[in-house]
Design a binder for this molecule. Structure first.
Ligand code: ACO
Length: 331
């Protein structure tokens, strides 16, 4: 397949992680778990947990400042601001409107995308569509996740997995040189929604005393089924995105996968035919920050020189919905 001409390129990235580090040893004090179990089953050593008064919009806005600065764009220049979040600060309005107000992106159309851990890829793809249609020249794509607010801290099967953080990217029309998003493959399967969900708190089971008493507003997960689906879907999405970009697996300089679990990452890379020395991993430091993992990893990889001008990057994610997807990007 011929390499397509990109429409939009990433001109800036940023990240923000709360300072507070919670280690596996810290969790041992409140849960029937162990550092050894968490490390060997997930690869996670520690995660960042935001203080009570630090909201998702703040995490996202701080990440966005870095991305805008690198892109040389003022908040007032932003045409479209999309926030991916599984942990909106409020049910109304969108977290994107709060980020807009914090940053002063006064002329932007601002809205949220809810695609759980795949949210950043969905949001990038929507921003690319706005640019392709000539309806935006500067798109700010933000991931803002305060997972600690929706985790059941008494459930060892989920509490050890997640962390808080924000990531961001600025997308602008491609200036040529073959740089930009070359391909994407996004998919969903609502039939498997109950593998990872929050049963209560929405219109189907409105907030009530019994809902709160039973913790139906908190995250529930079938870990084993999620694991199987994640590996299969992410490997398949990588393959499709790589092929649509006109590449083979050997052309990939760096794979930036969603950071949920080192075993999922290793299995995905193996099936996608990418060796682990070309895979970016930081799940040990931050755990699973839902849609923020991809932009945070992307920004760190650039800072470490693992993504440079001209690098061929594939990013891939999987999450509740189920949702999954991959993108091939030439930097
Ligand atoms: N500490 C100690 N023991 C634990 C813990 C814990 N934190 N959690 C579960 N266990 C126990 C279980 O109770 C079970 O004990 P039992 O055999 O006595 O019943 C045993 O460990 C094995 O449990 P499994 O669930 O079978 O363990 P598994 O090897 O599947 O690992 C895990 C669990 C890590 C959750 C894995 O299934 C996984 O990573 N799944 C993917 C989940 C995920 O990443 N979700 C994030 C959202 S989706 C996404 O981002 C991709």
């Amino acid at each position: 397949m011929k390499t397509p001409t990109p429409i939009a390129e990433i001109t800036g990235t940023g990240r923000f992680l709360p300072e507070n580090v919670v280690t596996n040893l810290d969790l041992e004090r409140s849960l029937d778990t162990s550092d050894e179990w968490i490390r060997t089953r997930t690869g996670i050593h520690e995660r960042r947990i935001a203080p009570d008064d630090m909201c998702a919009a703040y995490l996202g806005a701080e990440a966005a400042r870095g991305a805008l600065e690198e892109a040389g764009a003022d908040p007032g220049d932003v045409d479209i601001l999309i926030v991916s979040t599984a942990t909106p600060d409020r049910w109304l309005p969108s977290t994107a409107c709060d980020v807009q107000a914090i940053l002063g992106c006064d002329k932007a159309v601002a809205f949220d995308v809810m695609a759980a851990c795949t949210g950043h890829l969905y949001a990038l793809s929507m921003a690319e569509g706005y640019i392709a249609a000539g309806r935006a020249r500067i798109a700010l794509v933000v991931a803002a996740e305060k997972m600690s607010a929706i985790v059941d801290w008494t459930d060892r099967k989920t509490a050890v997995l997640f962390g808080d953080g924000g990531g961001a990217a600025v997308l602008q029309p491609s200036k040529g040189f073959g740089r930009g998003i070359l391909s994407s493959h996004l998919q969903s399967d609502g039939n498997l929604a109950n593998l990872l969900y929050r049963p209560g708190g929405g219109a189907i089971d409105p907030i009530s005393q019994s809902m709160l008493d039973e913790g139906r507003h908190l995250l529930r997960m079938n870990g084993r089924e999620i694991f199987k689906n994640a590996v299969r879907s992410m490997a398949e999405a990588c393959e499709i995105a790589i092929k649509k970009a006109g590449w083979g697996a050997e052309d990939v300089d760096l794979l930036v996968p969603h950071q949920a679990n080192i075993r999922i990452i290793e299995a995905t890379a193996k099936y996608a035919g990418v060796p682990m020395d070309k895979v970016f991993v930081n799940v040990d430091k931050y755990g699973n920050m839902s849609s923020a993992t991809v932009p945070v990893a992307f920004d760190e990889a650039r800072e470490q020189g693992r993504i440079r001008e001209g690098s061929n990057v594939v990013t891939v994610a999987f999450g509740a919905g189920l949702t999954w997807g991959a993108m091939a990007i030439r930097m």
